[in-house]
Design a protein around this ligand. Sequence first.
Ligand SMILES: [Zn+2]
Ligand SMILES: [Zn+2]
Length: 431
Amino acid sequence: MTAPRVEMACQTCLAPLNTLGVPPAYVHPTHLATDGHEPVPVPVSQLDTVRRSCDFCGDPYPIWTLHGGDVTAIAIGPTTGLVQGFGHSWAACATCHTHIDEGRNAKLIDRAVQALGLANHPPARQRIEELHQAFLNSRLPGRTLITTTAWPATTITATGLPKVRDRLTRFYRGTDNLPAALGIDDARQQIATGLERSHLYWIDNDFTDLAEHAAAQLPGVHISRDLIPSADGMLIWPRPVTHRQLTAASWTDTIDGWEMVLYRSIGAGLDGKPLQRLREQIGWLAPMSAARLPEQHLIAGDHPAAALVATWLLIAQQTAEVTTAGVDKTVAKTYARTNRLVPEVRIVRIRGRRTIPGPDGEPKPGSQGRSQNSRFWVSGHWRNQAHGPGRSLRRPVYIHPFLRGPDDAPIRLSTTVRMLNSRQTKPQDHK
Ligand SMILES: [Zn+2]
Ligand SMILES: [Zn+2]
């Protein structure tokens, strides 16, 4: 069993696949419990999310790919099956990476044998050590960020946003590699410069709900300068949005359109030194996908950036109330020390929510009807509206979205009440 040349993963369960036999067939790793489905091999470069695990200890949140000697499969112990061959690239979690960088080989192996349930099996420990050493002794310099790991959500606050931006900028300027599949190696400096000029947008919870609902119905939209809230920008949703689980987006003005990058949050669940190092070396965000969007490029509803475009449109159509927030004292000091203008964070909320009348002219949402204990979305629909010089252009405008229920009540995320027509409301599961 050897690692495949083009790394493949199963489209159904997102697990990396091994090859078996001649000609090679793709198989699920032997340690993986599946529901019995046949593997559906696709190149990992086509997937936003891959269920890799740390090749040293099995941790489900690997963060770096390390490059080194080509170590092939090794079988250990009668009861433990097989530690698979990993080829010349190994995935490392933040904790193993810390041990490796600090040369604590014993800790690295302790962690692996404990994870494999081999703590009381000295021969196995020795074999694992040999395996690690074979790889590490021929390790090449450099490391590549793993951007496909599905981390639990990290909450990024509005006041923390400048620091999040600065770390990301530093990462783009640094020497750590990004996966070639992202296709932004040549644009890193440009994106970093764009981030420094960025307007920073922090979308509040309600506006995020609205944008996510609207994104799900987004019609095709042509990208144009007037729908983008600033030439360069960075935007944070306070929770992951859409099935892609996006946390942030950045866009950079270029001579031929915008360089757009979508991000996931990383590092949740870590603590201590591994977390500290991850925040210093990478930050809070990892790019998941990127695209160069020329002016008038058509974004279809299923485009990875649909949530970003829906958010832009909702801001452009004055659904948003944008206020600015101060930043952390420490962030402000850091900026002052380096003679940089203290950044502003623009908080995006739904405009005038309290006074939007209901469909029957009800003066106040929630004053009667379905629920007094929770709020729920009555979602609207997109309609093309004329705008621009001589009203010659068309762009989608989201009509009549609003929240029903008391202002201080929690929002029921699981339910959408969709206005199918003017007389009928129909509860519909959203997730
Ligand atoms: Zn599978
Ligand atoms: Zn590990």
